[in-house]
Design a protein around this ligand. Sequence first.
Ligand code: PLP
Length: 239
Amino acid sequence: MTAPSASTPLAESLATVRRRLADALSAAGRPTTGARLLAVSKTKPATLVREAWHLGQREFGENYVQEALAKQVELADLEGIVWHFIGPLQSNKTREVADHFAWVHSVDREKIARRLNDQRPEGLPPLEVCLQVNISAEPSKSGVSLPDLPALAEAVLAMPRLRLRGLMAIPAPSEDMGAQREPLARLREALEALQDRFPKAPLDTLSMGMTHDLEAAVLEGATLVRVGTAIFGERKSPR
Ligand SMILES: *Cc1c(COP(=O)(O)O)cnc(C)c1O
């Protein structure tokens, strides 16, 4: 197929998000390569993912295993595409994630990590892992608590088929930049503490920042921002 022209809605929204990211990095005094864009394509059709790929986007985030696997089959011809699993992860889905994703951002307990480690196929590189931290301390949200984080990190670092890359969080939404930054700063500080504690670990990733708080996240040191709505448009019904 031919590459879509630069005037499609997706081309425009992707260009806008890229500009937001570049502007935020520049405002933060960070290098333009300081943060990558993860395009969150959950609930969106494979045709849009293909179009984004033609526009140069390579990393995509998905939340629902079955939906993601269907898209991966349809998009198997796209070279260099990298799939990140960012949704809640139940034990009965770990095998499919270990088989079909390069990254997982939502590891929040040792049992899930152990299963991913045991199930990661030998023919694939180690699974890149971020630990999801419950940074706003909301009882209903998933994520490891800050006090439990060091022990979980230590356990995951001992798992040879996983590579612990960093931390991920989904803070409680807020419209105010100052209020947005506070939990994001806590996540950065948590990563810095882990880097001090485990200096040999490849802990280079802060997965934070979504459509509404991308700028705050970049100011607080995000290295991988996960943007859905601003790229692909509103999602219809929450699942
Ligand atoms: C849906 C989702 C996103 C993208 O959110 P938007 O507000 O649409 O940008 C990012 N991270 C996670 C974990 C998500 O589930």
